[in-house]
Structures are given as C-alpha cells and as structure tokens.
Design a protein around this ligand. Structure first.
Ligand SMILES: [Zn+2]
Length: 434
C-alpha cells in the first residue's frame, strides 16, 4: 500500500558515467512518479501515470524541479560544528589549537544531544540523507549521534574515534578502552534502525601500535563493518606519522600492515601518495575519500581524480566538516571540480551527480538500500530547484540540457536550491523550523 506519491523530473544513475554524453549511465524521466510504500521504500518509479496512484494518496507535485536520490556525505565530523571556520595555518595547528579543545566538550551528554540535533537539521537542510561521521572519543557522543539518527529514521554511519596518544589527556582512551568502548557501541547501535557502526581509529598519529593492533581485532570480529580513518592529508602529518612509525616506508603501509586496508576501508583525504601506495589502494579495494573544501581551507593539497582512475582506485567525495567549510554537497562538488581543473583534469557534471548519490552509496557499501531511485530502495530523496534564487533563475533562461542544469546547480547552488529532503518517503526539510 502506498503511503505517498511524489511527482517531478527524476534522475537516477545505473553506473558511473564515462562522460557528459553517456546517457546510458542514468535514467531521466521528464514527468516522473515515485510511489512510496508504508516502510518508506520505493514501490514504483517511472513515468507519471495517475492510474497508478491508489485512492486517497495525495501527490507531492514538485514540477518543474528535479528529484535525485538524497546526497551522501562519506566523511564528516559531527563533533566539529563549532570548529568550522577556525583560523589556522595547517592541519596540525588546527587540530591542536581548536579541534582537540572543542571535542573535549562531548564528554557532556547534553552538549552531544544539542549538537546532534543541530547537525541533523543541517544535513536535512542541505539535502544530505546519509553520512559517515566521526564522533568524539566519548561513547556519549556516539549515543547522541545514533539516537538522533533513529529519531529521524535516517541511514547514518559513524563511530567513536579511537585515540590514545598525541592529544590532550582528556581525549585519550587506551588500546583496551578503545576496543571495549567500540565493542559496546557496536552491540548497542549497529543495525538498530538504519544505523551502521564504523570502526574509527582517528589516524596513525593518535593511535599507538597497540591500539592499531586491537583495531585489527575489532575488524576481524566484525568483518561486515566499515572502517574510517585519515591518511596522506598534509606533508607535516605524513612526516609525523613516519616519525611515530619509523619502520614503515609509507603512511598507508602502516594501516595495511595492521590489517586495516580493504574494500570497507574509507581513507579520508588520500592526497599525497607514493607510487607503491597507489598499488596498495588498488589491490585492497579501499576507497579514497576526497574532501576538497577542507583540503583547500587547510592548504593540504589537491586530490587527483584522474590519477586515482588511472590506477583503478575507488574515489568518493565528502565535506569533512569542520576542516571543510560547507555542509552542502553541491558546494563540495563545485570545489572538487575546481581542484580537478587545477590538476589538469576534467570532471563532467553528470559524473558529479553520480558521486553525490550512487557513487558515494557504493563507497559506503550501501548501494542495496540507497543512492538510486528505483523500486526496493529507500525513498531518501532530494528535490532540487535550479531557479531558487534570482541569479540562478536568470541563468536558467539559457539552460537547455539536463547536464547544463546539473552543472549550474553544482556551480551556483547551495541549501537554497534544496526544495525538499525526503527521508524514507517523509518530507523533512519543510518540517524544520528554519
Ligand atoms: Zn576528517
């Protein structure tokens, strides 16, 4: 039985486009209909046909707006909402001067709950329906995060950061505590509602060899879980990781040796690779998660998508709030595009929207449930209004093709273009008190 009908132009991807004109990579329906079942999944998607709509079901008519699968942000720090826009020379100064101070506040469950509520409001405002987040070292921050996700029935991934050195005493766990707290949180939250727990050693600098060893135990005990961390973001960070792990010729080699590299590994940033590390990424099937606004803000470097593609490395694109400077995946793709321009590469707008939806879903291994508009998937959707502001409406007078509209949304768009965000078929943005 359908609980909702949604009408508009529908765009959904079958596979990563080979280029702007690869029309076989996606389906586009000029006047489309989505029927949502009582479980929040898509019962039907295709051409609008009034006879398919059961009696008594009202239609949310979004014409002429464009409906895509909800945006997916595969790397974000929910505990850094009050770190965004902090003035620092580079990554390590930014961590020590602001981030490691701010994250201490998450020992207080009330603070965690307040920020979680604001965080999820912001994701919905931006059309982001799934994210993989780093919480703080405190289990309370994970409780706040997943409790809020369940309230909203959102498919969220995340975990407590494990860190037992090179940070303030208040933010340190230990190898044993990191293992025990992570194990308890997995039992408490993974698979509850739409939650996915992610094993989250922050990075090799803040995890001792003993902690990376227990991280491997966690992985072996929970082979179905994702793992997220940071690697090769910034030159000073790479140097420091080398000093702390002097036996390893490469940064990535540390994670590989501790058994932390595989197809469920989300390797944040992944900018400065040595040739051998490119081979490790390809052979392991790990995902390089690029965070362009963060990399520009902290002056970390420029991710090379063409190099990743040439080497058969999987890529995803994320905000990395609070090193990142926008919650908007549209703004993020705009910066990703510009970074590729500086690298001498080219990213077509159709491929951009694959990254935002089906591509990032595949990176998280969630493609069975999200990332596409098709029967059986959750009705996590974003409605995009390319005429949301006067300057865009004027430009739209000159836009004739779908890919031109997508490129404009990416180049000029932000939360004002998000006309609605659906989570499991329920309109969420219009329900927010803005
Ligand atoms: Zn990060």
């Amino acid at each position: 039985m359908s609980s909702r009908a949604i009408r508009g132009r529908l765009l959904s991807f079958r596979q990563r486009p080979a280029g702007r004109d690869d029309i076989g990579a996606y389906s586009y329906v000029e006047d489309g209909l989505i029927l949502v079942d009582a479980d929040g999944r898509i019962a039907f998607s295709g051409t609008y046909d009034a006879s398919k709509i059961p009696a008594g079901v009202a239609v949310d008519d979004h014409r002429p707006n464009l409906i895509c699968a909800g945006f997916i942000d595969p790397h974000i720090h929910f505990v850094q909402m009050q770190v965004v826009g902090s003035y620092a020379a580079n990554l390590l100064e930014w961590l020590n001067s602001y981030t490691f101070i701010e994250e201490q506040r998450f020992s207080d469950p009330e603070h965690g709950s307040r920020i979680a509520s604001a965080f999820f409001d912001e994701l919905i405002r931006q059309g982001t329906t799934t994210a993989s987040a780093f919480c703080s070292v405190h289990p309370e921050s994970v409780d706040a995060y997943f409790a809020e996700a369940m309230k909203r029935n959102m498919a969220m991934a995340g975990g407590k950061v494990m860190m037992d050195r090179e940070c303030p005493e208040e933010l340190r766990d230990s190898a044993e505590r990191g293992y025990e707290e992570s194990s308890d949180l997995i039992a408490k939250w993974h698979g509850k509602g739409r939650n996915s727990y992610v094993i989250s050693p922050r990075f090799a600098i803040t995890s001792s060899p003993a902690q990376l060893a227990v991280t491997r135990v966690l992985r072996d005990e929970h082979p179905d879980l994702l793992l997220q961390t940071h690697v090769n973001e910034n030159r000073d960070e790479i140097k420091k990781a080398g000093e702390l792990y002097p036996d390893y010729p490469t940064y990535l080699g540390i994670y590989a040796d501790y058994g932390l590299l595989g197809p469920k590994s989300l390797m944040g940033h992944s900018i400065h690779y040595k040739p051998h590390e490119l081979d490790m990424m390809r052979e392991s099937g790990a995902v390089a998660v690029s965070c362009p606004t963060s990399n520009l803000f902290l002056g970390s470097g420029l991710y090379d998508l063409a190099q990743a593609d040439r080497n058969g490395i999987r890529s995803a694109v994320a905000t990395d709030i609070g090193g990142g400077t926008s919650y908007s995946m549209l703004r993020t793709m705009d910066e990703f595009y510009k970074v590729q321009q500086l690298k001498g590469g080219r990213l077509d707008p159709v491929s951009s929207f694959w990254f935002l939806t089906a591509g990032n879903a595949e990176a998280l291994g969630m493609e069975a449930d999200i990332g596409r508009i098709e029967a059986g998937k959750f009705a996590d959707l974003v409605v995009l209004d390319a005429r949301a502001v006067p300057s865009m409406a004027i430009k739209m007078e000159r836009v004739e093709r779908l890919e031109e509209e997508l490129f404009m949304l990416q180049t000029l768009g932000d939360d004002r273009c998000i006309a609605e965000t659906y989570v499991a078929g329920v309109p969420m943005k219009s329900a927010l008190s803005l």
